[in-house]
Design a protein around this ligand. Structure first.
Ligand code: ADP
Ligand code: ZN
Length: 598
């Protein structure tokens, strides 16, 4: 076992490094600047925490959010690693004390908010610190191209420059379009950095898109079936958040709400109740999430389609950070497209930027209509190469699909588009096919076309869905921005000529079974009690994945306990006993037949 593997096992209780973690750590230990792009939940923190433990002096971690900082420091202290943080939430006396403690060598890691490092005071104090590394978390915040630009991130480089000895500089992010990537390297002046792009796949997440369901009913049923799990429900507007919350709350679910229209205190309280597992569910707009480190979110439901794949993947990616199986559901309805276009149009930005946003929106719309692998679609969008055609773990790969030949329908649609001279959008084409008497249709004399009403047996929405699917599957082109027009492609002509077939996959739905797990429940109670005593969120004690492993292996002694993923020496000595007792209790009762396990 290498030195770094020993540390991983001893402190964190993990046996193996995840992809790239060991390489990044070794780069840092070789004194190299590093830039790591890893998806949420891939385990960025360990990449700088382990070197921090091994390097001589102290590591400063620049982190953007106060809540995140406290969380990370609590987690480290729970592992037996000495760390502290300073930000605006603590008094000047306390800041002084913590920095002095750093100078005396009491801490290996100091988390600082970026706006701190610009102050004269901080600069004068850190002169006496032996800073071996500066790790910049959420490094994309330095770039204006990113979606979370923060002015204060621009202080980081001048700060590094002002230090007598240049520390190793490392940067971490989950978001990285090419533009942002180059910007981070340039603005932080990373010196000939080792760059690691771990890939975007999150194989524990199951993606699924549902079209045309009654969203409220669906959500209600889903959370009932998953009542013991934590989940986030994203909705597009404050109004929708309020209305969903009201319904769920009235039904007696433990649910919080979060959006920018609520007061700071109210938001903070909602967030904390969710983090501490006091409420299982939070309904929120996209204002919620940045810096939410809660590791045991088991599902993220999008009540509405977001504005682009980047935003979707980031929000959905808040599920399953602990590596446990989790679901990401998107409930699509056509109104979502209208709303997103309205929002883009309302934005006070250049025409160029709007065009770009319409383009990105279309990728999102396509995601909601493809019948192929959803994971493959996302990974390809992020420029990943050599992606498998079928992941076997998404709604489209999993569902029992029926193949249906829709060549005739496609021919009807294509020929209608042709006769309408390729100058109209999805809605109007569908109306003509359905024989609508709408004014625009009649004014244009479309009722005189031979294709008028040739799909009368379908509902309007079904025809629109079919056209959208044909766009997503690249049988049709969509051009233009705010009011896009459907156009034929070479392949559509081939279909019209009868040279190509169009096969659609249609889903058969199956009901989900609820799993009963009494031991897991019992262990969660133990965890909750400890968490309350120590005033930290439960997942800081142990993650869901760790508890699940305990329910599989029934550890009964120290050695067995240390073999459980996520149990290191310090945590064992603090909590091992209590959890082993709960397991013994459970086994005892089961032998006596008190609990029935289904
Ligand atoms: P990120 O910052 O990349 O989103 P974190 O650093 O918060 O991810 O790690 C996510 C989760 O994965 C944490 O619960 C962490 O303890 C766990 N983790 C990290 N590395 C490993 C590993 N090598 N084996 C098992 N779990 C790990
Ligand atoms: Zn798939």
């Amino acid at each position: 076992m290498s030195e770094i593997e020993k540390i991983l096992k001893k402190y964190y209780g993990y046996d193996k490094f995840r992809k790239d973690q060991d390489k990044i750590i070794n780069s840092i230990l070789d004194n190299k600047d590093c830039f790591a792009i890893m998806p949420t939940g891939a385990g960025k923190s360990i990449c700088y925490q382990i070197p921090a433990l091994m390097l001589d002096g102290i590591t400063l971690v620049v982190s953007p959010l106060i809540s995140l900082m406290k969380d990370q420091v609590d987690s480290l202290n729970a592992l037996g690693i000495n760390a502290a943080y300073i930000n605006s939430s603590i008094s000047i006396n306390e800041v002084n004390k913590r920095i002095d403690d750093c100078i005396s060598g009491n801490y290996k890691l100091l988390y600082v908010a970026p706006e701190r490092i610009n102050t004269e005071y901080f600069l004068s104090k850190v002169k006496d610190l032996n800073i071996s590394m500066v790790a910049v978390d959420e490094a994309h915040c330095v770039s204006q191209w990113g979606h979370d630009f923060r002015e204060s991130y621009r202080y980081i480089y001048p700060f590094i420059e002002s230090l007598e000895k240049r520390p190793i500089l490392t940067a971490f992010t989950a978001t990285a379009t090419e533009e942002v990537r180059l910007d981070v390297i340039k603005l932080l002046k990373l010196k000939n950095p080792d760059i690691y792009v771990t890939g975007f796949d999150r194989n524990n997440l199951n993606f699924k898109v549902l079209r045309g369901v009654n969203r409220k009913d669906y959500i209600m049923k889903y959370i009932k079936d998953n009542k013991d799990s934590s989940g986030i429900i994203y909705a597009a507007t404050r109004k929708e958040v309020d209305s969903l919350w009201t319904i769920l709350n009235a039904k007696g679910f433990s649910v919080e709400k979060y959006h920018a229209g609520l007061g700071i205190e109210e938001r903070k309280l909602a967030q904390e109740k969710f983090l501490y597992d006091e409420s299982k569910i939070i309904v929120a707009t996209n204002a919620f999430g940045m810096g939410i480190d809660k590791s045991n979110v088991r599902y993220v439901i999008h009540n509405n389609m977001p504005k682009n794949i980047e935003a979707y993947y980031q929000e959905a990616g808040r599920a399953g950070r602990d590596g446990g199986k989790s679901e990401c559901l998107l409930l699509f309805a056509p109104q979502d497209v209208v709303l997103q276009k309205f929002l883009i149009n309302q934005n006070d930005v250049s025409i160029e930027r709007k065009k770009e946003e319409y383009r990105k929106l279309q990728f999102m719309v396509d995601y909601c209509h493809i019948t192929g692998c959803l994971r493959q679609y996302i990974l390809k969008y992020f420029g990943e190469e050599n992606v498998e055609d079928s992941c076997g773990n998404c709604g489209n790969c999993n569902s029992e699909l029926e193949l249906k030949d829709i060549t005739i329908e496609a021919q009807k649609i294509f020929s209608c588009i042709y006769r309408m001279k390729e100058r109209f959008g999805v809605g109007t084409v569908a109306e003509v096919l359905r024989a609508s008497k709408n004014k625009k249709v009649l004014d244009m004399k479309f009722d005189e076309l031979s294709t008028y009403g040739i799909m009368k047996e379908y509902k309007l929405q079904e025809i629109k869905d079919m056209i959208n699917m044909l766009i997503a599957e690249e049988y049709l082109n969509l051009s233009g921005d705010e009011f896009p027009v459907v156009k034929l492609k070479n392949i559509s002509i081939a279909v019209l000529r009868g040279e190509e077939k169009v096969i659609q996959k249609v889903e058969k739905r199956k009901a989900k079974k609820v799993k009963d797990d009494n031991l897991f429940e019992a262990l969660r109670v133990v965890r909750m009690n400890i968490a309350k005593k120590e005033n930290v969120p439960p997942y800081i004690i142990f993650s869901d994945v760790t508890l699940k492993e305990m329910t599989e292996y029934f550890p009964g002694n120290k050695e067995e306990m240390l073999n459980i993923k996520g149990v290191g020496e310090v945590k064992y000595s603090k909590y091992g006993e209590e959890f082993m007792n709960a397991i013994k209790d459970y086994q005892g009762k089961n032998q006596n037949g008190e609990i029935e396990v289904s």
